[in-house]
Design a protein around this ligand. Structure first.
Ligand SMILES: Cc1cc2nc3c(=O)[nH]c(=O)nc-3n(C[C@H](O)[C@H](O)[C@H](O)COP(=O)(O)O)c2cc1C
Length: 173
């Protein structure tokens, strides 16, 4: 148990404990003011609403691509498949020429859609909320698709692959 006033919270430890929540991994893409592709690895993606269809993700304010995501009215969530760990690392590395040699096709508005992903959600940004050292982007899904590929997972600071729980007969609902 770790109890503390907010100001006394150990950031390193908090990050580790956040990591107990296992997530998928996505690369979120958009275009900058000059129309160049931008992309970042993000595990803050979450589904929000079915009607209307909404998703969110959050981005660090100090990310190089933050001005592009903040300015552009659209983003694409490229949900990574389990064979795309290297792509995740590439888009998590600031300054790298992230799109060099990466197979992409244009989505709505010409935004980059990465090949071989599990799923794509093409979104129009409807709201941006302040969230401390991050901004939270809420997007309305305008188009989505999925493939048969299995997703890449992330937890405890490591990439993971998933398998069904031994006791799982199906999901509720
Ligand atoms: C698995 C994983 C998940 C990440 N999730 C996020 C996230 O949700 N939001 C964020 O701002 N950065 C996240 N990052 C870090 C960014 O991908 C990284 O800082 C990236 O280099 C930012 O790119 P830029 O500075 O070129 O914009 C994540 C990194 C990894 C490896």
């Amino acid at each position: 148990m770790h109890a503390a006033t907010p100001s006394a919270i150990d950031r390193r430890r908090l990050r580790d404990v956040f990591g107990t929540y296992i997530t998928g991994v996505a690369v979120i893409t958009t275009l900058d003011a000059e129309g160049r592709p931008c992309g970042v690895t993000a595990n803050s993606f979450s589904s929000v609403s079915l009607d209307p269809p909404l998703v969110l993700w959050s981005q660090a304010l100090n990310a190089r691509s933050f001005p592009a995501f903040s300015r552009h009215e659209r983003f694409v969530v490229n949900v990574l498949a389990k064979h795309q760990r290297e792509l995740s690392q590439r888009f998590a590395t600031p300054g790298a020429d992230k799109f060099a040699g990466v197979e992409c096709r244009p989505g709505i508005g010409g935004l980059p859609m990465l090949a071989d992903c599990c799923a794509h959600f093409e979104c129009r940004k409807v709201t941006t909320w302040p969230g401390g050292d991050h901004a939270v982007f809420l997007g309305l899904i305008e188009r989505f698709e999925r493939s048969a590929a299995e997703g890449l997972a992330f937890g405890g600071g490591r990439y993971l692959v998933t398998r069904a729980h031994a006791e799982a007969a199906g999901a509720p609902g």
